[in-house]
Design a protein around this ligand. Structure first.
Ligand code: AMP
Ligand code: GLY
Length: 429
């Protein structure tokens, strides 16, 4: 069986490594992949948004199954195109990927179906948005409607900051058409929880919960990044919280999408905030999270391809899903300066026999040597019976990996460990 994975980051490396455990698979292609993924799959230099190129490749190679991992090809309709050509896929169709591709759609869906989220207003007119901000409570959150490489959300502490964000999105078109509409929403507070789920449009199976670390600096300081590390499970996601999420958020979302003629099939990602009034949706993603996948998939005991095909064929209800009860921690090694400007092109030394898995995000092969080529370079994931054990192993592995200009946060998991000590009372919900 020939499988094709679309994408080329750490998330795709984690997917490829997990798929490799399936013995039915004879070939894994990754389009475009990267220098590290090339050690586990055949990388093909076709961009993730080159839909015609992808389809052409799949046809000529006789690809039997495709996994579309990133948001942009999903939003462009990669799954529609491949499925219409008879190639079964893991991932939502375009009309369901809109749950991530348009924040306005997601907010209105939640409003129509009573799914808890921050209060909000939508603006298509800059003057009206600026006027609204004159009397809006601060802090407030300004979001570009469309995809913006994870940079389209501004938490504004003051009116001036909020107005600057609106001007940059709507006036200066910083995110192109993605900022033609903006959502201005209520600022929520509480711990964040990521829950990825498998859903075939009818049944939903949550994966183990996780916690991302979005800020570049220690103590959650500095600018937002694509994610500097993750831990799983997320200790704030207690059985009581999980039950509420399933009842108030997960199932209502799956039903809402189906009822509106947009059945969601694939990985539906819930970005949640545990507020004093209960769990609320911060965002939906139509795909596996990055770097959540790098802690969630290593804990998956069930065969990934089996699950993905059950989703495609709408048989998830009959498919048992099992996760390890261990914990996982992933520390991202980035190029110093990321998410701003950084130097790259440095050789990376990864010793053999590490007690951790290394997922390559931004590195390419040059004369047989792996060199850094992006902002986020590697994700180092370790498992342990407890979170402290997993963290210790992950950091021990990180200390043995070297490349010039490497930067990583030393406090991944710290907040999660504090939760265990009861610094946040979930009972107050
Ligand atoms: P998003 O790109 O939607 O994931 O937003 C990025 C980050 O901004 C989230 O992970 C939250 O930390 C923060 N955020 C988004 N919306 C809100 C909100 N309404 N209140 C507080 N923080 C938010
Ligand atoms: N880690 C957040 C995301 O994948 O969007």
């Amino acid at each position: 069986m020939k499988v094709m994975v679309i994408g080329g980051g750490g998330r795709e490396h984690a997917i490829v490594k997990k798929l490799k455990e399936n013995k039915e698979i004879t070939e894994i292609y990754c389009l475009p992949g990267n220098g590290g993924i090339a050690r586990d799959a055949v990388c093909v230099p076709i961009g993730a948004t080159d839909l015609e190129g992808i389809l052409d490749f799949a046809r000529t190679q006789g690809v039997d199954y495709a996994v579309v991992a990133p948001d942009d090809p999903l939003a462009l309709g990669a799954v529609d195109l491949l499925e219409e050509a008879g190639i079964p896929c893991f991932g939502p169709r375009k009309n369901a990927a809109v749950i991530e591709a348009s924040k306005v759609f997601a907010k209105e869906l939640m409003k129509r179906h009573g799914i808890p989220t921050a209060r909000y207003e939508v603006f298509t007119d800059m003057a009206a948005a600026l006027d609204y901000l004159e009397s809006a409570p601060m802090p407030t959150v300004v979001k570009a409607d469309g995809l913006a490489l994870g940079k389209g959300v501004i938490i504004a502490q003051t009116k001036a900051e909020a107005q600057a964000a609106v001007r940059s999105m709507m006036g200066e078109h910083r995110f192109g058409k993605s900022g033609d509409r903006v959502v201005i929403e209520e600022f929520l507070e509480g711990p964040e929880i990521s829950v990825l789920s498998f859903t075939d449009g009818k049944t939903l199976v949550p994966m183990v919960s996780s916690m991302d670390h979005k800020r570049a600096g220690e103590g959650d300081s500095g600018p937002n990044t694509g994610g500097m590390g993750t831990v799983a499970p997320n200790p704030y996601y207690t059985p009581a919280v999980a039950e509420r999420c399933m009842k108030e958020i997960f199932l209502p979302t799956v039903r809402a999408m189906a009822a509106e003629g947009r059945p969601f099939k694939g990985c539906l990602y819930f970005g949640l905030m545990l507020t004093k009034d209960g769990p609320k949706v911060i965002e939906y993603n139509c795909r596996f999270g990055d770097p959540e996948t790098q802690v969630v998939l290593p804990l998956l005991k069930t065969d990934l391809l089996t699950l993905m095909r059950a989703v495609t064929e709408e048989r998830l209800a009959d498919c048992p899903v099992e996760f390890s009860r261990d914990s996982a921690a992933c520390v991202i090694l980035a190029s110093k300066g990321y998410p701003g400007t950084y130097e790259k092109g440095y050789p990376i030394v990864i010793p053999q026999n590490l007690e951790a898995q290394v997922f390559v995000a931004g590195a390419k092969e040059q004369n047989g040597v792996l060199v850094s080529s992006g902002g986020r370079v590697l994700g180092v994931t370790a498992l342990g019976e407890t979170l402290p054990a997993a963290l210790e192993k992950a950091y021990a592995a990180v200390s043995q990996i070297h490349f010039e200009n490497a930067y990583y946060r030393r406090d991944i998991g710290k907040r999660a460990l504090a939760a265990k000590e009861g610094q946040w009372s979930i009972e107050s919900m």
